[in-house]
Ligand binder design. Structure first.
Ligand code: GZL
Length: 336
């Protein structure tokens, strides 16, 4: 009898420890013992993430954490709550912890040269993820992410082709409004630059309003409500720098009394699940994919850098584009 009680208690303790570690929050995710894939020891990575502002960001974070576990890398993860000062503080902490490698997603493009030099002086390699920085690429080891400006060009080209197809391309003017991402971020700057490079070839396309919605649904809805209040009856097109803002704007357009996807043509970025649902419902016209599943590339690059192998300065993501002609077929296999 006594033995059975002791055994049961031990089993309960073992289960509690396992569950507890799986839900451990905070700033670090320690994998089990052993060594990192491809290495003779377990490496430690500091990761400074922007926050959790969108479906895309959450998918990116999940990919990083899953890949750290797969590679058996000790991940020290920090969420900056959208503030660059929190990122700088986290990276300085990683330097003090003497981590083996630092990866970071810069919330804005500027203000990184000093901290990257501190990492370099400390002999810690750095990996820039998802968004680029305005700094010499000698200050970091590699950039892993999309060609964001090309995403903008894709969106511009898709729109012009679609407007011509539905017979509205020669309207003069075609009134365009734009929901920008976070001001100063490479994602917003480069998407806008790509879109405008294409629209500049078509003088009848006029951007009548452009304002940031900070990549969030709630702000996308609020800003679109303001656009509709001032220009609701003349808006032909909405560019949203991400799907979350587009989904918020769709709600605003419906509440205003116009039809999103029909009266107002909407093009956004990311290609998250919410965008596919909106395209299938006919409320979103196109979403240009931006791949957040960067975890495996980050861990692979970290190992190669630490083994002294040559790593290309830009590891580009593969991505496509979706609209109402291919969204339904692609939706079941989407991973985020
Ligand atoms: C793009 C990425 C952007 C996404 C948004 O590379 O930085 O940030 O488009 C996310 O959804 O918030």
């Amino acid at each position: 009898m006594k033995k059975r009680v002791i055994f049961s208690l031990m089993a309960i303790m073992l289960i509690a420890m396992t569950v507890g570690s799986a839900f451990a929050g905070g700033s670090s995710q320690q994998s089990s013992g052993g060594v990192t894939r491809g290495m003779d020891r377990k490496i430690v990575m500091g990761y400074s993430q922007i926050g959790a502002e969108s479906e895309w960001r959450t998918a990116c974070t999940n990919s990083v954490k899953a890949a750290a576990t797969d590679w058996n890398i000790d991940l020290r993860f920090s969420d900056a709550q959208q503030k660059q000062e929190n990122q700088l503080q986290a990276i300085r902490s990683f330097i003090q912890q003497k981590v083996d490698v630092i990866a970071f997603t810069p919330v804005v493009s500027t203000g990184w040269e000093a901290i990257l030099q501190e990492c370099k002086d400390a002999g810690i390699p750095t990996i820039c993820v998802d968004r680029t920085v305005d700094a010499p690429n000698t200050l970091y080891n590699t950039y892993i992410g999309s060609d964001i400006k090309e995403e903008g060009r894709k969106a511009g080209r898709w729109l012009v082709e679609y407007m011509n197809k539905i017979g509205r391309g020669s309207k003069n003017p075609v009134n365009v409004v734009e929901l920008q991402g976070t001001v100063g971020s490479a994602a917003a700057t480069d998407r806008q630059s790509g879109i405008m490079e294409i629209l500049a070839q078509y003088p009848n396309y006029k951007v009548i309003k452009s304002q940031t919605g900070n990549f969030t649904r709630s702000e996308g809805k609020q800003v679109m409500e303001a656009f509709l209040k001032s220009d609701g009856d003349i808006i032909d097109v909405l560019f949203a720098h991400n799907d979350d803002m587009a989904i918020g704007a769709i709600q605003a357009i419906e509440e205003y009394g116009r039809k999103p996807g029909t009266d107002i043509i909407i093009v956004s970025f990311d290609a998250v699940k919410g965008a596919f649902e909106a395209m299938i419902a006919g409320k979103l016209n196109a979403s240009i994919e931006c791949n957040p599943l960067l975890g495996p590339q980050i861990m692979d690059a970290a190992v190669r850098i630490l083994k002294g192998e040559r790593v290309e300065k830009w590891i580009a993501s593969e991505e496509g584009q979706y609209d109402q002609t291919n969204a339904a077929a692609a939706y079941p296999s989407r991973q985020y």
